[in-house]
Every structure is written in C-alpha cells, then in structure tokens.
Write a protein that binds this ligand. Sequence first.
Ligand code: MTE
Length: 339
Amino acid sequence: MLIRRKKQSDLKENELTPESIYRERREILKKLGIVTATLPIASQANANLFGLFGDDKKEEPAAAFVRNPLVAAKTSYGDGLELTPENKVLTYNNFYEFGTGKNDPVENSQGFKVDPWKLEVTGLVNNPITLSYDDLLKRFPLEDRLYRMRCVEAWSMNIPWVGFSLAALLKQADPLGSAKYVAFETLYDPDQMPGQRSQFVGGGIDYPYVEGLRLDEAMNPLTILSVGLYGQTLAPQNGAPVRLVVPWKYGFKGIKSVVKIHLLEAMPPTTWNLLARHEYGFYANVNPQVDHPRWSQGSERFIGEGTIFSSRRQPTLMFNGYADEVASLYSGMDLRANY
Ligand code: MTE
C-alpha cells in the first residue's frame, strides 16, 4: 500500500530508539515463540529499518500481552477451509499505528491498554450506546466464525474469529430512517501508538484511521465486530479489544481498535481513499476482475502452513467467496466505477 516516508535525514534525534531497547523488543518476540525468520525478506528489512525509529519514551519494553479464553458458539462458517496457523495471524500484520513493517505491530504493541475501553455508538440513532470493555465481551452472544481474509496487497489468510453481529449492536442503537452510512474510528492515542506520533513510523497516514460502510452492508449477517481469534481475546496487533471484520471486502476495511461508530446520512471519508483515491475505493469489495492500478487482483498468496516463501498462489474469488450472501447488495452497480 502507499507509504509516504520521511527521509532518514529528516528524523529528529529523539525519534531514534537506542539499540538496547531495539534488542529487548526482539527478546519479546522470542518469548512469544515467534520465529522472525519465517517472515519475508522485504518485511524483515522494513521491520529492521523501522525498528530503529520509534518510541523514545518507553524505557522498559512491555511483557507479552495476555490474551484470555473466550466462550463462543460454534458455527458452520468456513467449514472445510484450511486454517492459517495462529502464529502467522499474530505476527504478519498491518496496523500502521504501530509501524509499517509486517512484524512491527507485534513488536511495538505488547504494552497496549485495552481495559478500560469505551466504544460509542452515536449519530443518527434513537438510542446512543456506550460499551465498556466488559460489555464488548459479554453483552452480545459470541460466535466462532472461520472467514477468509483477503488483503488488497494480494495475500490472504483464513482466520477463526470470535465476535458478534454488528447488526445486533446497531439494532440496539435503533438507527433513524435518515441513517444511510456507518463510520468507524480507531483510538487516537499517540502516547501508546508510535505511528501516530511520527509520520515516518505511521506511513504518512493522517490519524485517527477511519473507515465506513453503507448501512445495509453493516447490517449484513456476515459483518461482525471481532473481540477474539483462535478462541482467545484479540492481541493488540490484530486490533484489540474490538475490530471490524467484513469478509467480502479487502482487509483494510477491517478497522482495528475501534472507539467510535457513527451513523450518518452522507458517505464518510475513509483513510486509504483519502491517501490514494484512485487506488483504494470506498467499497473495496474483493473483485478479481478489477485490478489495483499497480498489480493484479486475479490471484493471491495464501498464508498457511510452511514458510511465507512457500505459500501457494490461488485464484481470488468474487466477493472473496461470499457472492451468494452479498452480491445482491450491489445489483445494478458498476463495480469498476465503485471499486
Ligand atoms: N486498522 C487500523 N486502525 N490501522 C491499520 O493500519 N490496517 C488494515 C486493517 N485495519 C489497519 C487497520 C489492513 S491494510 C489490513 S490488511 C488488516 O487490518 C490486517 O489485519 P490483521 O493484521 O489482523 O491481519
């Protein structure tokens, strides 16, 4: 994805991390049982480069974040799909608030505070709602759902999420008839998120990260708010304590660490569209027939067992394999114009 980088010569001295802290972060990875050698060379190079620039305030690296078991109803979603191993889901991430390298998020987010948390549902609703951390885990029935995840960068994973239907939450908020869109916002906390403090670390994004859906997309039964994966609460690098999962859309729609859900009449701005509107549209439906201007979307690298290098290429499916459930949402629409 597009990254605007500061030149190294532009960096202030206090944006450099002493080598000792950098090495301690590597130790955290080892304690998490993460073998960085399985990550692709480009990502490791990025991680090494970006690992040098970061948090000058944090003297002590945090211990590995503790995830807790969740009780969730089993479902048949994704039956028969091959799982992406958990350690890959936990270490190969995009979460630019913690750096742009694929293993920056796991390295830089272990001290992230998720409790207390406040998620507000506001805007064009009869009944505004504020959810606490406990509400997120207890107020709605949790389900296990194995979904395909297709990143716009042409790699994919199959991830067993734990979450609840976004429609259940929106129904409680009771949208007004005038509500047509749903906007989402990630926490803005530069003290905790090095990428929000430094343009260089955060890839030039104007934070907070924002996303949006049409109301009917948000109400679709496939759309969930996830609070966990692999039977445990989310790790910070995956968007703890709560993130959006919309499995027929490119992964960047899956906004992480959400604090605001706002219902409104007009289409809301979205982060990647603001950065490069010819490359990343509002809809971002997975579509093998509409290429990214700089690469094909016809196939993808599936991250499964084995090393990232040995991952297999597979054809990309229309709506990421969820056409039966969602194609009708777009009937009559030109999907090339509404990419
Ligand atoms: N949400 C926020 N707040 N910041 C981000 O950088 N990256 C997006 C999305 N959500 C991102 C985000 C992108 S590009 C992808 S592919 C997915 O998160 C990756 O989710 P994962 O790391 O849990 O696989």
